[in-house]
Design a protein around this ligand. Structure first.
Ligand code: DC
Length: 226
């Protein structure tokens, strides 16, 4: 078994906030795999590669020269470094990156490149890892698996309240449409689609606070560990 708390779920379901809370409550590292896909997407864009139209060879050439690491920053939190430089949340969560990260994450070559790095985290002791395929593909033998979701409307409202993630003129409806499209792309792709692992616990967070979700998951993990 892998000492991993796997948290999967669709876009804007609150996974990141919940995983961050569990990390602090249990004092364990938190790995955000969505940020890994976002960092690679941002790296393509800033190097003049439009991932939606580029040749895979050019993309892989660029990745060959890229050192992606997940290291502790001076605050003690894990952060992504590209060729030695810490990536900035504002860059990787920008609307430009968000607009094409689902397509990048559907590319099998890119997934394989990141999979090796994600599996590397097993063996560090208990970690909380969040994404779309952690409980199904990255760590099918994770000790704990959760599938966190909420209604599309609740997710759109949450995303709209996160500064910098949506274009300025966004409405709940436009954000909900964008989220629905990302759900569709993420769950219908051929490789490692978003889906609940058979042995994952399903949590609908529509009417729950972040604290309640963190307490629920941390409580179940603590019960199982004691
Ligand atoms: O969680 P997020 O919205 O930051 O994720 C960004 C994209 O990365 C999302 O469209 C799906 C993809 N992703 C993935 O395919 N597999 C993961 N384990 C994590 C994210």
């Amino acid at each position: 078994m892998a000492q991993v708390i796997a948290i999967d779920g669709p876009a804007a379901s609150g996974k990141s906030t919940v995983a961050g809370g569990i990390s602090r409550k249990l004092g364990i590292p938190y790995i955000n795999t969505g940020n890994m896909y976002r960092s690679v997407t941002w790296h393509f864009l800033r190097n003049g590669i439009d991932p939606l139209h580029a040749d895979m060879h050019d993309m892989l050439d660029l990745l060959q020269q890229l050192k992606l690491e997940y290291l502790r920053n001076p605050n003690g939190d894990f952060q992504i470094y590209l060729n030695g430089d810490a990536v900035c949340e504002a860059d990787i969560r920008s609307p430009e990156v968000t607009a094409c990260v689902s397509q990048v994450s559907a590319m099998p070559e890119i997934r394989q490149w990141l999979l090796d790095k994600q599996r590397h985290f097993a063996g560090m002791g208990l970690v909380v890892m969040e994404g779309r395929d952690i409980g199904t593909v990255v760590f099918p033998d994770a000790d704990y698996k959760f599938f966190v979701t909420a209604t599309p409307y609740a997710r759109a409202l949450r995303r709209l309240n996160q500064d910098g993630e949506t274009p300025d003129n966004s409405t709940v409806q436009s954000v909900a449409d964008q989220i629905a499209e990302r759900d569709r792309l993420d769950s219908t792709r051929a490789v490692a689609p978003l889906r609940q692992a058979d042995d994952a616990k399903y949590i609908d967070t529509t009417d729950m606070s972040i604290t309640e979700v963190v307490e629920l998951i941390a409580g179940q993990v603590n019960n199982a560990r004691n």
